[in-house]
Ligand binder design. Structure first.
Ligand code: PLP
Length: 309
């Protein structure tokens, strides 16, 4: 994965100011560094036919504000202010397409676990980022491993809040998979049913219908998941979006694919040692993947999902 040092981006917005990239720093005694007490978003802006536009920005803002709630994090900026600075950032950097990372976290004051009196810091960065799991993955699919690490249950932490600290679970699962020669992991929930990928939701295709774990299965309520559900229904597919999927159903699926703002729509061609379907991108995955990429390029009937830069 290319590092920031290779990128030609100069500005980050932090706590109300546009700063030089190297100056957007935080103290080592920042609360969030010690306790994972931050929330964030991962958003993409696409180079559409009508110019650069942020995809589903409103829904990402909705989730950012919802994620803040359980932690009593005061974002300190309105939706309008965050929108304005994000658009300004993209314009300043002249980015035609970008990955956008807003983050809000408990900052520097004292190191008790209690965040009372700890100020909130808010930052937004954006940079060019290609296919998360690689271009080849989009076409041929990825090999994934069912992780030995289970997803935290929503009775332990709010799994529907996109919280920085929760991503140690994603890191463990993903690295375990990669050390074993796979590209990505699938993480089961506490009950042993399929939850999601480390940074992706999961869809299963069986007999021409789509299935994806319901929100009570300890998943993040993915915005790409929602996009794909809508695109599939518009194309006449039946989508079961409130189901439990057992581990065994992965092996017998006709097709499997991941969705995510970073991963977009990525086919899964193998789970552990089992080839899925015919071991390559299946026809339903291909149709929905091209519907997705068509949408983010040409907007189709969903102009309301785009915020022009
Ligand atoms: C754990 C997890 N699940 C699912 C997703 C997919 O969500 P979205 O489509 O909103 O990016 C992500 C990525 O944000 C994630 O980190």
């Amino acid at each position: 994965m290319p590092g920031f040092a290779d990128m030609d981006v100069e500005t980050i917005w932090q706590n109300g100011e546009f700063k030089d990239w190297d100056d957007a720093t935080t103290h080592v005694l920042t609360h969030a560094l010690h306790y994972g007490s931050g929330i964030f978003e991962g958003v993409r802006a696409y180079d559409t036919d009508e110019g650069t536009a942020i995809f589903r920005w409103d829904e990402h803002l909705d989730r950012l504000f919802a994620s803040a709630k359980p932690y009593d994090l005061d974002i300190g900026y309105s939706r309008e202010e965050l929108t304005e600075v994000t658009l300004e950032l993209l314009r300043r950097e002249d980015l035609e397409s970008a990955y956008i990372r807003p983050i809000v976290y408990y900052g520097y004051h004292s190191l008790g676990v209690s965040p009372v009196d700890v100020p909130t810091e808010t930052a937004i960065a954006a940079w060019p980022w290609g296919a998360y799991l690689g271009d080849e993955a989009l076409e041929n699919g990825v090999k994934v491993m069912v992780s030995s690490w289970r997803k935290h249950a929503s009775s332990q932490v709010p799994t529907n809040a996109k919280t920085t600290g929760l991503y140690v679970n994603s890191m463990l699962a993903g690295e375990e998979a990669r050390r074993n020669g796979f590209v990505e992991a699938i993480v089961l929930n506490k009950e042993g049913n399929v939850a999601e990928g480390p940074g992706e939701n999961l869809f299963l295709v069986r007999d021409g219908e789509l299935f994806t774990p319901g929100l009570s299965e300890s998943i993040l309520d993915g915005i790409t998941r929602d996009t794909v559900i809508k695109l599939a229904r518009e194309r006449g597919y039946t989508v079961h979006d409130n189901v439990a999927i057992s581990r065994g159903e992965l092996n017998t699926a006709d097709e499997l694919f991941f969705t995510g703002s970073a991963a977009e729509v990525t086919p899964i061609r193998q789970v552990d040692n089992v080839e899925i379907g015919n071991g390559s991108r299946g026809p339903v995955t291909e149709e929905l993947q091209s519907a997705f990429f068509d949408l983010v390029e040409h907007r189709g009937d969903h102009d309301e999902w785009f915020t022009d830069v």
